[in-house]
Design a protein around this ligand. Structure first.
Ligand SMILES: *Cc1c(COP(=O)(O)O)cnc(C)c1O
Length: 405
C-alpha cells in the first residue's frame, strides 16, 4: 500500500468487514464505490439536524435546508467547472440524467433526424434513446468499435449526416476501460452543429472533469460511483440548451404558476427538478466531492493506474486469460475470461474467498454480442484498493483454475 493512501483506506468502515470468514476484497467499484465516513455522516447529520423540505417554507429549518441544498449545487458546479449553478440539475443518477435529455431534447427534433450512440454503451445510454426515437420518429445510429475495443472514429464520421442532432457517448467504458477521445468527438460534432452528451458514470471518480474544457453539451454522472450516496446524480447541461428544452417531468417545484388555463414553468435549474429532491443525497454528494478534492483526483488516478498495470501484468503472466479492451490508455476496469471456465462459476468461488467482483454482461449486451460472448469477469479499482489485495486475488484465481483443471 502506498503510504499516503493508507489514510484513505481507514476512512471506509466497510473495508474491515469479513465475508465468508475472509477479509473483504472489494473489486466491484465500477458498479458502485464504497463510502467514506464523512459522506455517511453528512447524509445522517442532515436528517438529524436539518431535515425539512426545501424552497417552500419560511421557517428556520426549511431555510437552512434550502441553503444547504443550494450550497451543494454550487460545490458540484465547481467540481466539474460548470459556468453557472443553473447548469447543475440534480437527478437520481446517470440513468435519469440520460432519460431527461433523451425525452426532452428529442421532443425538439423533427421526424427523420438521427441520434448516434456507440457500441460500447451501458444500457442506460441506449434504451432511453431507443424509446425517444420511437416516440418522435427519429433514427438511432451506432458508432462502432475496433476489435481492440477502441471507438472507430472513421466509422463515426461516416454515420454522421446533416440530420444528425446529437451524439451520446460514454467517457469511459464500464466493460473495456476504454477512455474515449471526448474532446475530439466534441470538436467533430460541433463542426456540424451536433450536440454531444457524455455518460460520465465511469470517469467522474477517476479523471479531472472540466465541462468547459471538454465543451460537451451534456454530462451525466451518479454520486454512488464517486464515493457518494445512492439515489442522487447530476445532469450538467449548457444553459443555452436547458433554457430551450421543455420540462421532463411535471409536479411541484418545477412550476411558476399553475392554473387550469395553463401553467408556467419555473426557471433553471428548478424547471427540471419536479417534486421533493434528494436533499440529503445532494449534501452527501457535495461531501464526496470534498473527499475527492482533499485526497487529490490526480493522485487517486495515478494509484489506480498503477494497480491496473500491476493486475494486467500478473494476469497476463498467469496464462489462459483472455482480455477485452485496449492495452494502453485505459481506466481501472479489467474485463477478462479464464479459458474454459464460466465467469459465473469463477465469481461464485471467488466470493467464497471474500472477493467481490462482477460477472455477466455488465448492462452492455450489444458489446457482448460484438465480441461473441455471454459475459466476462470484471475487476474494477478505487483509490482504496491495494497491491496486497491484487496478490490475494491472483492467488485465489489460481486456486479456481486448479479446481477446474
Ligand atoms: C453505472 C453506469 C450507468 C448507470 O448508472 P446508474 O447510477 O445506475 O444510473 C451508466 N453508464 C455507465 C457507463 C455506467 O457505468
Amino acid at each position: 500500500m502506498k503510504p499516503d493512501m493508507q489514510d484513505i483506506r481507514s476512512q471506509f468502515p466497510i473495508l474491515n468487514k469479513e465475508i465468508n470468514g475472509k477479509k473483504l476484497v472489494y473489486f466491484d467499484n465500477g458498479a458502485t464505490t464504497q463510502k467514506p465516513l464523512c459522506v455517511i455522516d453528512a447524509e445522517a447529520s442532515y436528517y438529524k439536524e436539518f431535515n425539512s423540505n426545501v424552497h417552500r417554507g419560511v421557517h428556520f429549518l426549511s431555510t437552512q435546508s434550502t441553503i444547504a441544498f443550494e450550497n451543494a449545487r454550487n460545490t458540484v458546479r465547481k467540481f466539474i467547472n460548470a459556468t453557472s449553478d443553473n447548469e447543475i440539475i440534480f437527478t437520481k443518477g446517470t440513468t435519469e440524467s440520460v432519460n431527461l435529455v433523451a425525452q426532452s431534447f428529442s421532443s425538439m427534433l423533427s421526424k427523420g433526424d438521427n441520434i448516434i450512440v456507440s457500441r460500447m454503451e451501458h444500457h442506460s445510454n441506449i434504451v432511453p434513446w431507443q424509446m425517444a426515437c420511437q416516440m418522435h420518429g427519429l433514427e438511432l445510429r451506432v458508432a462502432e468499435i475496433t476489435s481492440n475495443g477502441l471507438l472507430d472514429l472513421q466509422q463515426l464520421s461516416s454515420v454522421i449526416d446533416d440530420r444528425t442532432k446529437l451524439i451520446s457517448i460514454t467517457h469511459i467504458s464500464n466493460v473495456l476501460g476504454t477512455i474515449n477521445p471526448i474532446k475530439e468527438i466534441v470538436d467533430l460534432a460541433h463542426k456540424s452543429n451536433i450536440a454531444v452528451m457524455i455518460d460520465g458514470a465511469q470517469s467522474i471518480a477517476h479523471l479531472n472533469i472540466d465541462v468547459q474544457k471538454l465543451d460537451c453539451d451534456f454530462f451525466a454522472f451518479s454520486a454512488h460511483k464517486m464515493y457518494g450516496p445512492m439515489g442522487i446524480g447530476v445532469l450538467y447541461g449548457k444553459e443555452k440548451w436547458l433554457e430551450k428544452m421543455p420540462p421532463y417531468q411535471g409536479g411541484g417545484e418545477m412550476i411558476k404558476n399553475v392554473s387550469f388555463e395553463g401553467t408556467t414553468f419555473n426557471e433553471l435549474p428548478f424547471k427540471f427538478e419536479a417534486g421533493t429532491p434528494n436533499v440529503a443525497g445532494a449534501i452527501a454528494l457535495a461531501e464526496a466531492t470534498r473527499f475527492i478534492n482533499e485526497t487529490g483526483i490526480k493522485k487517486m488516478g495515478e494509484w489506480e493506474h498503477e494497480l491496473t498495470n500491476y493486475a494486467l501484468g500478473k494476469l497476463t503472466d498467469m496464462g489462459d486469460v483472455i482480455f477485452f479492451g485496449p492495452v494502453q490508455n485505459r481506466s481501472a476496469v479489467i474485463s477478462f475470461l479464464l479459458k474454459n471456465i464460466h465467469p459465473y462459476d469463477a465469481g461464485t468461488l471467488l466470493d467464497k474467498m471474500g472477493i467481490a467482483l462482477r460477472t455477466g454482461t455488465h448492462c452492455a449486451e450489444p458489446l457482448m454480442k460484438f465480441f461473441g460472448i455471454n459475459g466476462t469477469m470484471r475487476i474494477s479499482f478505487a483509490a482504496y484498493n491495494t497491491i496486497e489485495e491484487i496478490d490475494y486475488f491472483l492467488e485465489s484465481l489460481h486456486k479456481v483454475k486448479q479446481i477446474f483443471e
